[in-house]
Every structure is written in structure tokens, then in C-alpha cells.
Design a protein around this ligand. Structure first.
Ligand code: 5GP
Length: 164
């Protein structure tokens, strides 16, 4: 068996549609899709079109610094979405993968106090994830190469300040 799971752009096309179909079949009609940047942006875009949801928000969370290398805890980076925008809403959190699940837990807990309902949709979920997502395209215990992050950046930028 291959050491890594490969999500090509072509496969991602099917994954997005199939994940959206799961959401639609469950009867959940989100008012807001909350994407976790950066990997979740692609997933949120695909779900937004397929589910006809135009209201997309972004949360920046930093956790992994390399293959299997991560910070002690995921950290929310500014700008943090205005809680008022989420109040009373049915929210669908979109991300590429629930690995430890710590990132999704942080975002779900952030939402929980304000929203009417919150559910998670991911392309992949690993068996040890502390968050069990309502919508999962595939399950794997391997490291995943995503189409958007497999190649190195064309330019390296150090010391970025996100809210500058
Ligand atoms: P978690 O908080 O669930 O451990 O992971 C959150 C983030 O770490 C994911 O959204 C993703 O950006 C990154 N990550 C975790 N596992 C993998 C993986 O197998 N492959 C890649 N490329 N990124 C991963």
C-alpha cells in the first residue's frame, strides 16, 4: 500500500460533490459555511457552490509546521470572525482533514456559544480524531498529500503578520 494518500485536483472535484451530497441528503441547510484556512478554503468553496450557500466566512488556524510536525496547540490567528455574524446561524465548518481533531474542536467550541447548530464536513478523517465529523468523504490513517499543498511555494516568505 502507498505510504501516503494522494488527493489530486481531479479527485478533489468528485470529493467536493460527494461531500455536498452527504450534507444535502442529511437535510442540513447551513446558513453559513465557515472555512478553516488555508486547506479548508478549497473545501468551503466547493461546498458553497454545490450547496448554493453564498455566505462564507474564514477562520485562520495554525497548527502544523510540516509533515507530522505541529505546535503544542492550534492557535487562532487574526482576523477572528465576528461572533455576531454567526449568532443564531446554522453553521457548517469545512476543512481538509480532521487529524488530531484539535483544530476543528477549537473552531467548533468557538461557534458553540453563539450558533443555532454547528456541524463539520471534511474530506478526510483519521481514526484517532477527537472530533467525529458529521460529514466525511474518506477515512485514512496515512499522511495525505493535498493538491494545493503538495508542491513547495514558488517563493518563501518569513515572518508574515496576518492582520497587517
Ligand atoms: P488537526 O488539528 O486535526 O490535527 O489538523 C489540522 C490541520 O493540520 C489540517 O487542516 C491540515 O492542514 C493539517 N494536517 C493534518 N493532517 C494532515 C495530513 O495528513 N496531510 C496534510 N497535508 N495536512 C495535514
Amino acid at each position: 500500500m502507498a505510504e501516503r494518500e494522494e488527493l489530486t485536483w481531479e479527485l478533489f472535484g468528485s470529493a467536493g460533490r460527494e461531500l455536498a451530497q452527504q450534507v444535502a441528503d442529511s437535510g442540513y441547510e447551513p446558513d453559513v459555511i465557515l472555512s478553516i484556512a488555508r486547506g479548508g478554503l478549497f473545501v468551503a468553496g466547493a461546498l458553497g457552490y454545490a450547496l448554493d450557500v453564498k455566505n462564507l466566512h474564514v477562520m485562520n488556524v495554525e497548527f502544523y509546521t510540516g509533515v507530522g510536525e505541529r505546535l503544542e496547540l492550534p492557535v487562532m490567528l487574526p482576523p477572528v470572525p465576528n461572533a455576531v455574524d454567526l449568532t443564531g446561524a446554522k453553521v457548517l465548518i469545512a476543512d481538509d482533514v480532521a487529524d488530531t481533531g484539535a483544530t476543528l474542536k477549537l473552531v467548533r467550541d468557538f461557534c458553540a456559544d453563539h450558533v443555532a447548530d454547528v456541524r463539520c464536513a471534511v474530506v478526510y478523517e483519521k481514526p484517532w480524531s477527537e472530533v467525529k465529523c458529521e460529514y466525511v468523504w474518506r477515512r485514512t490513517d496515512r499522511w495525505i498529500n493535498f493538491a494545493w499543498s503538495k508542491q513547495p511555494p514558488v517563493i518563501r516568505r518569513e515572518g508574515q503578520v496576518l492582520d497587517a
